[in-house]
Each structure stands twice: as C-alpha cells, then as structure tokens.
Design a protein around this ligand. Structure first.
Ligand code: MF3
Ligand code: CO
Length: 255
C-alpha cells in the first residue's frame, strides 16, 4: 500500500514524538505529594524549551478560547485539558493525568498518561490499568489495511466489561503538521467501520475512561472537562505510526 507521506516527514514526526515522550517522563518524575499543578506545568514549559521544541497546547485556539498553559494537567475527576493551578496541590490518593503535545521541526508529537500520587484505592488502580490496556489493545489494531473502527472496537472491548464510562466528546486523531488531523478515532465503535489505515499515518490514540458515568461537564475556565458525577477519570495516549508491518509506537521511550 502506498505511504501517505514521505520518509522525511515521518522522521520529523518521530523526532517530535520522542521529545514529547521524554518531557512526559520528566513530568511524571516530579509528581509527588505537595507539588501544585502550576509548578508542574512550568517545569513542562522549561523541558519542552530545553529540547528546542514548542508546546502545541499553549495558545491553542478553540473558537474564541485560547489555551493558556503549556501542558494539560487533569487531577482526579478532571478528564482532560486541565490548566495548572497554584492552588491545586497534590495529595496521596490522587491521580493526575499529564498530557504533553509538542511541535518540533513543524510536526506534532502527542502523548499522555495518568499516574498515581502516593497510595491510591484498588478500584482507582483498576481504572488506570484498564485505560492503559485499552490503549495497548487499540494500538495492536494499527496495521495497514485495518479500519479506524477496528481500533475503536478493540478499545471499547477492554472497557465495557469493567462497567466504566467511555468519554464520547473527545477522540483520538491523526497528527501531522497540526495537532488534530483526520481520521478521528472514537474510543468505541464497530469493526470494519471508518477509513482505511495507510502506511505513514501517525495516529494519536487516547482512551479517556471514567470510573462512573461517561457524562461530562466543563469547568468555568472553559477548558477543563470533568466527570458529571465527580468520580475519577483516566487518560493514556500514544502517537502510533502505521507501517507496512507492526505498529510503531512513536512516543514510546527508547530508554
Ligand atoms: N493531547 C491533547 C489533545 O489531543 C492536547 C490538547 S492541548 C489543548 O486534545 F490545548 F487543546 F488543551
Ligand atoms: Co491527543
């Protein structure tokens, strides 16, 4: 099957994804009881700059709104697109979702992960494990000739039996020169539906899973999505390349 972009562009996306992965790991290492989420975002800003990259979130526009932070940091019932705050201090038992999306050499790399602060309840740990394995099962479907629906369905099949809520308002997406490109990749769906995966496509796959209801609302900041019932939510994301063979997880750390 014919690749959708030249190798030079694939390599640029590779580099961007590698930076996004390194920044995410660095942020994960600073997560601890007592730190506030504004400081974590500021560290993210510095780390991104240290690689000569740019935050793809900062100044990101959605309608009339402009995203003010450098990373997305979402705690407990916050699902995605949280904005770091000085008064949001982490405690043992919290979970924190870190989402790092960078631009480097004109291309995007996007990844996210939810981590525990101190000791979390077993059922919250189960939420994290389920979301992570949903991402892994979705990634297994990233093969040339498969359809977007194969990814969606594989993700859904991990989550449904657990009784957790699948967020519908946000989806995975293609990445390239911009953060949100086609195809959209819902976290539920039917096998065989949607567009065909072709070599050279870079796909950000990102299940967002709520412990309770799938329903969401937004905070007054206009960005932060939270669960309607206030129960926790988890988010794992990788950017994955469609190849002639096995999926290549571009945001997987080399070491
Ligand atoms: N990984 C996030 C996404 O795909 C990045 C969002 S940045 C924001 O939606 F600016 F929109 F918050
Ligand atoms: Co994304």
């Amino acid at each position: 099957m014919k690749a959708i972009r030249p190798d030079s562009e694939v390599n640029a996306i590779r580099e961007s994804c590698e930076i996004a992965a390194m920044v995410l790991r660095e942020l994960e290492l600073v997560v601890a009881e007592g730190i506030n989420t504004y400081d974590i975002d500021q560290i993210g800003k510095e780390k991104i700059a240290s690689y000569g990259a740019k935050s793809a979130c900062f100044n990101y526009r959605h309608g009339a709104q402009i995203f003010p932070a450098h990373t997305c940091i979402s705690v407990n019932e916050e699902i995605v697109h949280g904005i770091g705050r000085l008064d949001k201090v982490l405690n043992s038992g919290d979970i924190i979702s870190l989402d790092v999306c960078v631009e480097y050499n004109g291309f995007i790399g996007d990844n996210a992960k939810t981590v525990a602060v101190g000791v979390i309840k077993p059922e919250v740990n189960e939420l994290l494990n389920t979301t992570k394995s949903a991402l892994e099962k979705g990634i297994e479907q990233v093969r040339a000739g498969n359809k977007v629906g194969d990814i969606s369905n594989a993700i859904e099949k991990v989550i449904r039996p657990k009784g957790f809520g699948i967020v519908q308002e946000f989806v995975g997406h293609g990445v390239g020169k911009t953060m949100h490109e086609l195809p959209q990749i819902p976290n539920f769906g039917s096998r065989g539906m949607g567009s065909v995966l072709k070599p050279g496509m870079a796909l950000a796959i990102e299940p967002m899973v709520n412990m309770g209801t799938h329903r969401i609302r937004f905070l007054k900041d206009g960005w932060t999505a939270v669960t309607l019932d206030g129960k926790p939510s988890a988010h794992f994301e990788h950017t994955v390349l469609v190849t002639e063979g096995d999926p290549e997880i571009l945001t997987k750390l080399k070491k």
